[in-house]
Design a protein around this ligand. Structure first.
Ligand code: NAD
Ligand code: UDP
Length: 339
């Protein structure tokens, strides 16, 4: 790594009132990260949120800004960071996760996955902190088997538009594993499958936010390809519970976290239309290159090692997410089926 990088000292208050652990969340102002901040603060911990606000929003953690056990630092993790005082745990959630957004600056995405992971691993080593990596189902690429167990090695294109993210995350897993094997760092690796919920950015470009915003606005629902490709959607509260359980576990090898319910994009579009009461039309758009045809997690390891399984079915999570977007965008809700 280039030794000329500046070393930022994040000016942290040395005394945390009544804290249990000091936990750093990189990417804490993002969609998943902000929910994790809430959960850890709620559990009595002190949280240092580090984020460059590339795809996250300060508004996601605005309600925590005056909390005595919360600190926010705007910082890009591709540059090394130093923290004064103790640090018990680090969650690395920093990385754009939406395909159009991580493809905007692919070199930066790759640096985030590799330099960023390296910088956080060095920080964990220097502090004796345990560190969790948010890896992804994208390490399986366009999978040839379904569901995908952790033992499956995947089919990933190294030179396509998704490679900066997929290969960056694969390299990140390698870094975590090597720091665990040879540097004495306690590492955890979560392979996260598609997750959705309140605080996704409305213009994020991912399918759940796109369909809900389009339905609420009465715009056409954009189906990429024939809409028969599948995804498995996990509600964010379930994921956050899984991440915290994995951090507390002894498991250093990758663990899938996702909801095994599998839906085509046409089925998802219909559910969103039904639950919003929208009469928006469906329009076909070209399928993006290397778009995986199917994705469904095998969660047997998470069940046996963590005692974890998702609890929020898609229709229920969609209802909560639709209500959130309607409120955020000030758009009328024709109908939301609350379960
Ligand atoms: P998000 O884009 O909402 O959040 C990512 C956060 O990281 C943002 O706040 C962004 O500003 C920040 N960030 C990005 N690059 C950074 C950098 N170089 N330095 C500091 N901060 C940086 O995405 P999300 O859905 O909340 O995803 C969180 C993590 O979970 C990501 O690492 C993603 O790869 C992983 N993941 C998410 C999903 C999902 O479906 N949500 C699926 C698989 C993996
Ligand atoms: N998709 C779609 N319409 C959209 C956005 C996405 O049909 O407006 C499809 C996309 O082609 C993919 C699936 O929905 O097959 C999930 O896309 P997303 O970007 O949410 O995440 P991915 O799992 O591809 O990383």
């Amino acid at each position: 790594m280039d030794g000329s990088y500046a070393r930022d000292s994040l000016d942290q208050q040395p005394h945390w009132p009544g804290r249990a652990k000091v936990i750093l969340i990189a990417g804490g102002a993002g969609f998943v990260g902000s929910h994790l901040c809430d959960a850890l603060i709620g559990n009595g911990h002190a949280v240092i949120c580090v984020d460059n606000l590339q795809t996250g929003r300060a508004g996601n953690v605005a309600h925590l800004m005056t909390h005595p056990r919360f600190r926010f630092h705007q910082h890009d993790i591709i540059t090394p960071l130093m923290i004064d005082g103790p640090l018990d745990e680090i969650y690395n959630l920093a990385c754009a996760a939406s395909p159009p957004l991580y493809q905007k600056d692919p070199i930066h995405t790759f640096k985030t996955c590799v330099y960023g992971s390296m910088n956080l691993l060095e920080l964990a080593k220097s502090k004796g902190a345990r560190i969790l990596q948010s890896s992804t189902s994208e390490v399986y690429g366009d999978p040839e088997i379904s569901p995908q167990p952790e033992s499956y090695r995947g089919v990933v294109n190294t030179v396509g538009p998704r490679a900066c993210y997929d290969e960056g995350k694969r390299a990140g897993e390698t870094l975590f594993w090597e720091f665990g094997q040879h540097q004495g760092v306690e590492t955890r690796i979560a392979r996260i499958f598609n997750t959705y919920g309140p605080r996704m950015h409305p213009d994020d470009g991912r399918v759940v936010s796109n369909f809900i915003v389009q339905a609420l606005r009465g715009d056409a629902i954009t189906i990429y390809g024939d809409g028969l490709q599948t995804r498995s959607f996990c509600y964010v509260d379930d994921l956050v519970d899984g991440l915290m359980r994995l951090m507390s576990s002894d498991e250093a090898m990758p663990v899938n976290l996702g909801n095994p319910g599998e839906f085509t994009m046409l089925e998802l579009a219909q559910m969103v239309l039904d639950q919003t009461g929208s009469h928006a039309a469906l329009v076909r758009r070209p399928l993006p290159q290397d778009d995986p045809r199917q994705r469904k997690p095998d969660i047997r390891r998470a069940q046996s090692l963590l005692g974890w399984a998702p609890t929020v079915p898609l229709h229920q999570g969609l209802a909560r997410t639709i209500a959130h977007f309607a409120a955020e965008l000030g758009l009328p809700l024709h109908r939301v089926e609350m379960a």
